[in-house]
Ligand binder design. Structure first.
Ligand SMILES: *Cc1c(COP(=O)(O)O)cnc(C)c1O
Length: 365
């Protein structure tokens, strides 16, 4: 099979036995797309690659953690799972729970979740509960409920989520034949993913499957940047709803990834995220969701500040950077429509159409 799913692909690094019944939707093995124009636009010394996690089965990297978390929940005898979510975790949990034939309940912040994500949780048959509160409130409630009832918590505080998600690092190392990129750039919300990638990079190195580690670059939205500011944010704000988190569960681990790798956790404004989001779509043909574009916005900001000027590539002539594009653009059609030019309406005749698309009739003949 071309892609048996990531637990099968990286079985020796995953907490499974021969008896484990794996719940998979053939996630992982996502494309690594070279971004020539984007590289040139951001810094002449960069060689940017886009790891397109939007091509996972439910459209985000959350599937990497969820295949592992649901597999273990079933193995441990749970009949129900629960999570708090800014959207993608609930979409993924609902799909994998449906596949496993167990129940799923999700808690989401009212009105602050992208339509595509909500539709997924609903169609897969999860019990979707909106709370009058934010993600951080939802996570606290879910933790309390799961502590008192026989329900498995499948947020990224569940260590199996991190185990599955670390496979992203393995794939990057395999794609580059064991040589880590000079930098990895990614959005940071609850900080599970940066924790997982760093764990993956270190494990592969320790196992002799790779030769180097990347410098980790993580980016929060300026209105939701607790790690950058050094304190929790009570009322986090950003249009990039997947990273609208004021008190990340894996805060310490994210700082460890930054410090051990000699990296940076920075913040980018919604305006900078929106520009990167549009640039990716318009110049590379890659449609990601707003939060994902923080990885590219952050590179732009570092480049503008001269960060790359004094850096030396480990191998080759360019500084190799992998940006993790965490989710698919179709998750959040409302923001895409708001960010782009509105369609025109004209009469159903050729002249009007040529006029509308900016061709005069003489050119068309
Ligand atoms: C969950 C998510 C993030 C944030 O990942 P964390 O592990 O919470 O830091 C970023 N982008 C997308 C699309 C997500 O779904």
């Amino acid at each position: 099979m071309r892609n048996p799913g990531l637990i099968e692909r990286y079985r020796e690094f995953m907490p499974v036995s021969d008896k484990t019944c794996i719940v998979s939707l053939c996630e992982g093995s996502t494309p690594m797309v070279p971004a020539y124009k984007l590289s040139a636009a951001i810094h002449p010394r960069l060689e940017i690659w886009l790891k397109y996690e939007g091509l996972n089965p439910t459209g985000s990297f959350k599937d990497r953690g969820m295949t592992m978390a649901i597999t273990k929940a079933v193995e441990d005898g749970f009949k129900a799972v629960m999570c708090a979510s800014t959207g993608n975790t609930s979409a993924s949990a609902a799909a994998y729970a449906a596949r496993a034939g167990i129940r799923c309940a999700v808690l989401i912040p009212e009105g602050k979740i992208a339509m595509g994500k909500l539709s997924q949780a609903m169609i897969h048959g999860a019990k979707v509960v909106q709370i009058r509160g934010n993600f951080d409130d939802a996570l606290k409630l879910v933790r309390d409920v799961c502590e008192r009832h026989p329900i498995a918590l499948v947020n990224s505080v569940n260590p199996y989520r991190i185990e599955g998600q670390k496979s992203g690092a393995f794939e990057i190392l395999d794609d580059f034949e064991g040589e880590a990129p000079d930098f990895q750039s990614m959005p940071v919300g609850n900080a599970g993913n940066i924790t997982a990638y760093w764990k993956g990079y270190k494990e592969y190195l320790a196992a002799g499957r790779s030769r180097s580690l990347p410098i980790m670059l993580g980016f929060q939205a300026a209105g939701s940047a607790p790690i950058v500011l050094g304190h929790a944010i009570d009322n986090p704000q950003t249009f990039a709803t997947a990273i609208r988190i004021g008190n990340p569960a894996s805060w310490k681990q994210a700082e460890a990834a930054r410090d051990e790798s000699g990296g940076v956790i920075g913040m980018v404004t919604d305006h900078q995220i929106k520009e990167a989001y549009k640039l990716l779509a318009a110049t590379e043909g890659i449609f990601c969701e707003p939060a994902s574009a923080a990885s590219v916005a952050g590179l732009q900001k570092l480049s503008d500040n001269g960060y790359f000027n004094d850096k030396t590539p480990r191998v080759g002539s360019k500084l190799r950077v992998v940006c993790i594009l965490t989710g698919h653009g179709l998750k959040d059609p409302d923001n895409a429509i708001k960010a782009a030019e509105a369609p025109m309406t004209v009469d159903a005749e050729e002249g009007a159409i040529l006029d509308a698309i900016g061709l005069c009739e003489t050119v068309a003949v």
